[in-house]
Design a binder for this molecule. Structure first.
Ligand SMILES: Cc1cc2nc3c(=O)[nH]c(=O)nc-3n(C[C@H](O)[C@H](O)[C@H](O)COP(=O)(O)OP(=O)(O)OC[C@H]3O[C@@H](n4cnc5c(N)ncnc54)[C@H](O)[C@@H]3O)c2cc1C
Length: 512
């Protein structure tokens, strides 16, 4: 592909998961690209990027002989996230990771991963034993005989990362189109012409397929055969104040199917156990139920890894996510000769959350510039920074007083579990409107503020959040959308019919 096309401008990215959003952010850096993100859902980041282990892997589990690109981009992605989380104000921590061995056979496996880590250039990786292991993780099972210690492992809030990436891309000129499901890629004379949505043809010179679990049908419509099957992972998530927790990310020695069950303390401070790795039939692309068998497996493994777990009655919720699994485990990141302008970023199984920044740079440099021959010109005024919503719960008393003086809505705590204020809810709505989200949903507010995310899972605060949304949008409380405009709060919820959206007045029942 030696054809140079300095003036190709319009790019359609299909899918606003972590990978699509990272690509949007990187491409928004160039003045000769007009970047559009087309997302099927009402909001961004609701695919695999929402329900996963949220670990920024160090890169020692990727075999450079079998998956060289995965190995390279994982280590590079981990390195880049250190900068990106600061620029984008994404909550993250770097606790390091322990791969635990219980016998000589497992120690041998950890030695194998040590070797891979050294080949991949993972910083600081080494084996630890006895007192050092126990001082790194006091809650480790005393029967552990050693562990592979990888200090560069990190954790973040993956949904917040997607939101931050999109906000930053939009700030730099990209355009987000939600509720814009792509039906197929449209090709003319061997080149991409655009994509078909329910609203008609969306013209584009370059189409980047980052549609997660559905990337196979998009790819097929461009004439490139691909099969992506779902591999389910189930989890337990405990209440914030359920102890004991762990300081490090702790996990079993991996198997060929999975990196194994992890025990970690999430960025929000809850103990999390999981995942399983269950291959599902090709068509089971929405099957995110949890099962007794899966959860029992997770519990059994997690109990083996640590000295103690909190009691089961402190579990706040269970959930499952689907890995978009390519047939041979290899990511499909390619630009094609035919149709020219079509790029697959498909089969993005783990560690694609980790690798997303490096994948995005690879797409820009190796595929768009390298393979398609487009000379990318950087914007002079590209802004790498994006501030997050200021979280009331993280402030000290003085800072809180200061904020309340400036905006009394900070004085109204709406969600008691996570101490989220009315001002934060309103800011979330305004931010959603600013990036072009068409339907403001309660789920969108949940992922931006963590209201409805705590111990009560919204039983107490959902109605209060819904009222704030109703007032802000000038609609009835029962018309407020939950996940999509088809699923409104009032559907099947008798309480809302007794409630005015303007105030607290309730007919028929006591105050809600
Ligand atoms: C259980 C589990 C644990 C994991 N743990 C880790 C981990 O700890 N660390 C790590 O690095 N990785 C991990 N991963 C992998 C990681 O979550 C995924 O690799 C990553 O989220 C994939 O991102 P994506 O953007 O490619 O896909 P997605 O997040 O699925 O995004 C795809 C988007 O495309 C949209 N879409 C689909 N079809 C269409 C269409 N036709 N038109 C428009 N939009 C469409 C979807 O709505 C979705 O928003 C894990 C995955 C799972 C499931």
């Amino acid at each position: 592909m030696d054809q140079k096309r300095a003036e190709v401008k319009k790019v359609a990215i299909i899918g606003a998961g972590i990978v699509g959003s990272a690509i949007a952010r990187v491409l928004s850096r160039y003045e000769n690209l007009e970047v559009h993100i087309l997302e099927r859902d009402a909001d961004v980041g609701w695919g695999a990027s929402k329900a996963n282990s949220a670990i920024i892997h160090p890169g020692h589990e990727e075999n450079p002989d079998e998956h060289p690109l995965r190995a390279k981009l994982c280590v590079e992605g981990n390195r880049l996230w250190h900068t990106w989380v600061k620029e984008l104000d994404i909550p993250a921590k770097w606790p390091g990771e322990l791969m635990i061995a219980f016998n000589d056979e497992e120690l041998e496996i950890t030695r194998h991963y040590l070797e891979l880590g050294e080949r991949n250039g993972v910083p600081g990786i080494r084996l630890v034993y006895d007192d050092e292991l126990r001082s790194l993780e006091p809650n480790i099972n005393p029967q552990a005989v050693g562990a592979l210690w990888a200090p560069t492992a990190g954790q973040m809030a993956p949904w917040e990362a997607v939101i931050a990436l999109i906000e930053n891309a939009v700030e730099n000129g990209a355009k987000l189109h939600t509720e814009a499901e792509v039906k197929r890629v449209v090709i003319e004379n061997g080149k991409v012409k655009g994509v078909q949505t329910k609203e008609g043809l969306f013209e584009a010179d370059i189409v980047i397929n980052v549609a997660g679990i559905y990337a196979d049908s998009i790819s097929k419509s461009a004439g490139i055969d691909l099969e992506i099957h779902p591999r389910k992972g189930e989890y337990f998530l405990f209440e914030d104040d359920a102890f004991p927790k762990v300081t490090r990310v702790v996990h079993q020695t991996p198997t060929p199917l999975t990196k194994g069950v992890y025990v970690s303390t999430t960025i929000e401070g809850s103990l999390m156990l999981g995942p399983t790795a269950e291959d599902l039939p090709l068509e089971a692309k929405e099957e995110t139920s949890t099962t007794k068998g899966g959860l029992d497996y997770v519990w059994e493994w997690a109990s083996k890894l640590v000295a103690a777990l909190p009691p089961k009655n402190r579990v706040m919720k269970t959930f499952a996510g689907l890995r978009p699994e390519p047939p041979d485990g290899n990511w499909v990141i390619e630009a094609y000769e035919k149709p020219w302008g079509f790029i697959n970023v498909a089969g993005m199984r783990s560690p694609a959350l980790t690798s997303a920044p490096a994948i995005a740079e690879y797409v820009a440099k190796e595929l768009i510039e390298g393979k398609l021959g487009i000379n990318l010109r950087e914007k002079r005024n590209w802004n790498p920074n994006r501030p997050g919503i200021r979280k009331f719960r993280e402030l000290n008393d003085e800072e809180r007083d200061e904020l309340i003086k400036r905006n009394p809505k900070y004085g109204n705590v709406v969600c008691m579990c996570k101490e989220v204020t009315e001002a934060e809810i309103i800011e979330a709505i305004e931010r959603m409107q600013r990036i072009g989200i068409k339907t403001i949903t309660l789920d969108g507010i949940k992922f931006r503020t963590l209201s409805m995310f705590g111990w009560c899972q919204g039983s107490f605060c959902r109605i209060r959040v819904a009222r704030i949304v109703a007032e802000k949008l000038g609609i009835a409380t029962w018309d407020v959308a939950m996940k999509s405009k088809e699923m409104s709060y009032g559907l099947g919820n008798v309480k809302t019919f007794f409630t005015h959206s303007e105030g607290d007045e309730v007919h028929g029942e006591g105050k809600l």
